[in-house]
Ligand binder design. Structure first.
Ligand SMILES: *Cc1c(COP(=O)(O)O)cnc(C)c1O
Length: 460
């Protein structure tokens, strides 16, 4: 061990006087710069003692310090380019918001608003009014309530209606949504007792009838959002459940998961239950997500009978699930697009779903040409995009992919993820592919630059 080298270690004052560090102090603040400089010098000192390393020069140390400061103050939540072709990608933030929704969030965040204030009367109001009228109009429901997400919406419904009592559900609907949301667990958390009826593949009305007893509080239907049953299957229709519920004075809760206001079959997709259809069929409460097919902010929307919604509103849990003003602002702006009949044009989720095959092929072809011009061999492949987010399982939309055959896909994917901004791609048939459907036009140039860099770096 040689400590002679330690004499070359600059004092903290000298490090702080280095020109780049003086600039960094302006940007990152005195406190953080000082603390980071101390930590850096301490780390270098330990390194010298432990490994006989040579002491870096003052300019080297100054640069390292600035790099560390940049790293420390870089947000961990960063924009990425989603080239996976999965439109509602839960890991990448689900639905993108419309320009109008983002502007509404900005203005709600920047200034005071009449969030809970009745301007005419000059008195306290309710934050829920800002979405209720829109939701009533769009779904045909008597009343509506907005909470943090759909998981909490389901929890609230069960707690308010069925605590310490029984909820009947088909065995075919005891689903796990992902992210640990399992219907049996939610039921248990709510304090309601789960009564399973039928079998995994087939449940009949008689199964529900047999299970109804004095302790029954509600009938629950859960949409099997993320998987599909085929073959010898039977489910009881919502209309039949509603009729049964009426006969016995029981509320029917319909958890649609994604839920949609638009008809998915118009876009070449399978049928995803529409919220207004469930309301029409007479469900007492219908719950769905704000950031799946609705294309808005994270929220849980509950629509249904005014009497039952009033009960939910009074429940203490509702206060704990209260949504933020920026969420309400974005939600109202999103719903307004539907009201004006401009949802497909304005909402990114629906724009991506509705993107034409020709437009996608043209973009993939352009990308390929740009890569070839840069010496990267690329091809256009036919492929499939998915809606994702627990909607329309097994359903795909035809797309054109940019494929990079002949290059190591895992290494390439890693290099793309390490870029700034990171690009998230997909691997198909041992080849890295990028789907233009989920890539915004403004990100194309950046994406291509990143791909060229990664393709060039992969063999170094
Ligand atoms: C996605 C989903 C949920 C959870 O909704 P979040 O908004 O993610 O909390 C609940 N039920 C079903 C059927 C779903 O598909």
């Amino acid at each position: 061990m040689s400590t002679a080298e330690l004499r070359n270690l600059p004092s903290i004052d000298r490090l702080l006087q280095a020109e780049v560090v003086v600039q960094a102090r302006q940007q990152f603040g005195q406190e953080l710069t000082l603390q980071t400089a101390r930590e850096l010098l301490e780390a270098v000192r330990s390194d010298i003692i432990a490994t006989d390393a040579t002491c870096p020069s003052l300019p080297e140390l100054a640069l390292t310090l600035v790099e560390q400061l940049q790293l420390l103050s870089r947000p961990t939540l960063r924009p990425v380019i989603n080239a996976t072709g999965v439109i509602i990608h839960t890991n990448l933030g689900r639905a993108l918001l419309s320009d109008e929704a983002r502007a509404a969030m900005d203005s709600a965040g920047a200034g005071y608003s009449n969030l809970e204030y009745e301007l005419e009367a000059g008195q306290r109001g309710s934050r829920y009014v800002h979405a209720v009228d829109l939701l009533r109009r769009l779904t045909g429901a008597e009343d509506a309530l907005v909470v943090n997400n759909n998981a909490s919406a389901v929890l609230l419904c069960l707690m308010a209606l069925a605590r310490d009592r029984e909820v009947i559900i088909s065995r075919g609907q005891l689903v796990e949504i992902g992210g640990g949301f399992r219907i049996p667990d939610v039921l248990q958390t709510s304090g309601a007792r789960l009564v399973e009826v039928g079998t995994t593949n087939r449940t009949h009305l008689a199964d529900y009838v047999d299970a109804i007893g004095p302790a029954t509080a509600a009938l629950l239907r859960v949409h099997s959002s993320n998987f599909r049953q085929v073959g010898f299957t039977a489910e009881v229709s919502l209309a039949d459940l509603v009729a049964l519920g009426r006969e016995h004075g029981l509320p029917v809760v319909d958890d649609l998961g994604s839920g949609t206001l638009l008809d998915t079959t118009t876009y070449g997709l399978g049928y995803e239950p529409r919220v207004q259809d469930s309301v029409q069929a007479g469900a007492t409460l219908v719950t769905f997500s704000g950031d799946k097919l609705l294309g808005g902010p994270q929220a849980g929307l509950i629509v249904g009978s005014s009497e039952t919604i009033a009960r939910l509103r009074r429940h203490p849990l509702t206060r704990a699930l209260r949504v933020d003003k920026t969420t309400l602002a974005a939600l109202a702006a999103t719903l307004t697009h539907y009201l004006r009949g401009e949802a497909t044009a304005k909402l990114p989720v629906w724009r991506m779903i509705a993107a034409s095959g020709d437009a996608l092929a043209a973009r993939a072809t352009e990308w390929t040409a740009a890569l070839r011009a840069a010496g990267v061999s690329a091809e256009v492949w036919p492929g499939e995009s998915t809606v994702g987010g627990g909607s329309l399982p097994g359903e795909t939309l035809p797309t054109s992919l940019l494929a990079l055959p002949g290059l190591p896909p895992d290494r390439l994917a890693g290099l793309l993820r390490a870029g700034d901004p990171p690009v998230i791609a997909r691997i198909t048939r041992d080849t890295l592919v990028l789907d233009p459907r989920t890539v915004a036009a403004v990100d194309e140039e950046t994406l291509l630059r990143q791909v060229i860099r990664a393709a060039t770096d992969q063999n170094t």
